[in-house]
Each structure stands twice: as structure tokens, then as C-alpha cells.
Design a protein around this ligand. Structure first.
Ligand code: ADP
Ligand code: MG
Length: 312
């Protein structure tokens, strides 16, 4: 099967929406963005063995490649609309490509993103680049840089699950329902698109959690030139995580584990506990100065960040 057959068979969508003037099949995609909205573009690359285990189910790889990009759009308060896919593979294994493409289309349907183009090449390992384009009300995009002293620090969902799920998956152990839940939090991230759009009005700054709560919150605080303090007892942990690991181990996964694709944001409001059907928890406060500190039961907790870095 050559690449033209692969594209025709697996990546050519049946119908196009009105915003897609030219889709898959020509030299480029021609899109008609909404002139009333600001345009957002994000891209993320996933490399075999670095971003996902080589033996991960191809449908999950496809789904995840879309979801992690949609999450960046969500963190800006945007609406995802179109995507392109650059796919590099060692060989054209029809069973693998079919599963992978199903994952791409499942995520496309789930998040309302239309595949409008891409590139298909052979290479030494699997590399997947997805670009997602979307839009947001003019001037309403959330950035990392608007947090102000006095704001609350909020997080959605239960951080730490995905990193724990990845380590469970890599251990090769037999999965009961509890472990399956955790693994699925890694393989099928639920990008918080509706939540992102709802908080756009109240949040002063936002970021999505890809590298770990501590590292990502540090980025937000740094971009805003403020400090932050979070109370570890306030960070919500899933029942599945708590019954698998406890104490320092749990703290390490919750603060340092990546791949959650939850949203972390700051807002000058007292309490929010749920928005768009997603649990949201206030875990700390923004202050003057710089840096992120943690407390456990009100006592300073010395945490050394080991968030993921590609280059050190
Ligand atoms: P060109 O040589 O002009 O770059 P290609 O032969 O690479 O065109 O691609 C043909 C068409 O198929 C283009 O519209 C391209 O966007 C699309 N395409 C290629 N690979 C993919 C893919 N993996 N997913 C979606 N569309 C793809
Ligand atoms: Mg061309």
C-alpha cells in the first residue's frame, strides 16, 4: 500500500463542513475562518518511546495525538475546528494504520475537529505531529500571563492519574477495573474544551497540564511575574489513585506526573467547585514576588520538581 492509497483509504473524510473549502486531496487546505473571531493554532509532536510506549494500542495513539493538541486550544478558552496530521512510520502496516486512523477520527468526532490535510512519510520510528486550529471570541483568549496577587489557583479533575496509569501500563501487570481507569486516563485524555470556554470570562490566566502540575503552574506564575503557594491537602486525588499509592509517592505523582491534560487556572473569585460538569478545586493562592511553594497541612513542604524535559 503506497501513501496515496493510505491517504485515500484512511484519511479522506467523507464530507466537509462549510468552513472547509478545500480539504484532504489537494496541495493545501483552504479554510474559511470566522472573521468575527480570533484564530488559534497549536501543534504538538509525539515520538514513539518518548511520548508513548511503542506497544501502545494504535487507536489510543491516534486519539491521544489529537486530544493533547485540543487541550492546548482548551487552555486558551478556544473552540477547536480543524486539524492537519503529519505521520511518519517505519512501514505501512494496514492493521496498525486502520486502528490509528480510527483513533484520529474518534477524537475528531469527540472534540469537533475536522481533518483537512497532512503528510505521510517513511522514517526510522513513529512520529506524529498534529496541528489543531481553532478560534475564540476576539480578545478573549486566556494566556499564562494574567495572574494577579490575591487570585485563587484552581485545578480541574484529579491530577496524577495519567502518569500513574502510564507506569502501570509499562509494568505489564494484569489490569483490574481500578487500574484500567488509571491507564485510560493516560491513553484517552479528556481535553477540557467546554470548561476552557466557560472559565474564559473569569480566569486571569490558564495553562493545561502536560508536564506535571508543579512545572506547569510554575510556568504560569513565571509568565505572570507572580508567586504562588499551594496546599497539598487540597489537591484532589482520585479514589483510584489513593487506593494505589499513598503519602510521598502520591504527592510525587500528583505534583510531578505529566499527561493529565487538566486545566490549571487563576481567578479572582472565592470558590468554584464545578464548571461545565467538571470538578474544579481551589488549591492555593497567587502572591507577590516569584516562585511556587507548597504546604502540607500548613507546613512548608520542600518539593523538588522533576517535571519532564526533553533536553537538560
Ligand atoms: P503534496 O505532495 O502536494 O504535499 P501529498 O501527496 O503529500 O501532497 O498529499 C496529498 C493530500 O493528502 C494533501 O491534501 C495532504 O494534505 C493530504 N494528506 C497527506 N497525508 C495525510 C494524512 N496523514 N492525513 C491527512 N491528510 C493527509
Ligand atoms: Mg503539492
Amino acid at each position: 500500500m503506497d501513501e496515496f492509497e493510505i491517504i485515500r483509504r484512511y484519511f479522506k473524510p467523507g464530507k466537509k463542513s462549510a468552513s472547509v473549502i478545500v480539504g484532504v486531496g489537494d496541495d493545501g487546505a483552504v479554510l474559511r475562518p470566522d472573521p468575527e473571531r480570533d484564530f488559534i493554532s497549536v501543534v504538538d509532536t509525539m515520538v514513539e518511546s518518548i511520548h508513548f510506549p511503542a506497544n501502545m494500542h494504535a487507536e489510543d495513539i491516534g486519539f491521544r495525538a489529537v486530544a493533547v493538541n485540543v487541550s492546548d486550544i482548551a487552555a486558551m478558552g478556544g473552540r477547536p475546528r480543524w486539524m492537519t496530521l503529519a505521520l511518519t512510520m517505519k512501514e505501512a502496516d494496514p492493521a496498525w494504520i486502520e486502528d490509528f486512523a480510527r483513533g484520529i477520527h474518534l477524537a475528531g468526532d469527540r472534540f469537533g475537529v475536522e481533518l483537512v490535510g497532512g503528510d505521510t512519510t517513511r522514517g526510522g520510528e513513529i512520529v506524529i505531529s498534529v496541528q489543531v486550529m481553532g478560534d475564540v471570541r476576539p480578545g478573549q483568549a486566556m494566556t499564562r500571563s494574567g495572574a494577579r496577587p490575591g487570585d485563587g489557583i484552581y485545578v480541574s479533575g484529579t491530577p496524577g492519574d495519567a502518569a500513574l496509569g502510564l507506569s502501570i501500563m509499562q509494568s505489564g501487570q494484569v489490569l483490574d477495573d481500578r487500574l484500567k481507569y488509571l491507564v485510560r486516563r493516560f491513553t484517552r485524555p479528556d481535553a477540557r474544551v467546554e470548561l476552557g470556554q466557560e472559565i474564559a470570562d473569569v480566569a486571569s490566566a490558564a495553562i493545561d497540564l502536560s508536564d506535571g502540575l508543579f512545572t506547569d503552574l510554575e510556568k504560569l506564575l513565571g509568565a505572570s511575574a507572580v508567586s504562588g503557594c499551594i496546599e497539598l491537602n487540597r489537591i484532589p486525588m482520585s479514589q483510584e489513585l489513593r487506593s494505589t499509592i499513598q503519602g510521598e509517592d502520591a504527592i510525587r505523582f500528583v505534583l510531578g506526573g505529566g499527561d493529565d491534560y487538566e486545566l490549571c487556572f487563576t481567578a479572582a473569585v472565592d470558590e468554584i467547585d464545578e464548571l461545565a460538569g467538571v470538578p474544579v478545586t481551589r488549591i492555593g493562592n497567587v502572591g507577590e514576588g516569584r516562585g511556587l511553594t507548597c504546604t502540607l497541612d500548613g507546613i512548608t513542604y520542600d518539593y523538588h520538581d522533576d517535571g519532564y524535559r526533553h533536553f537538560r
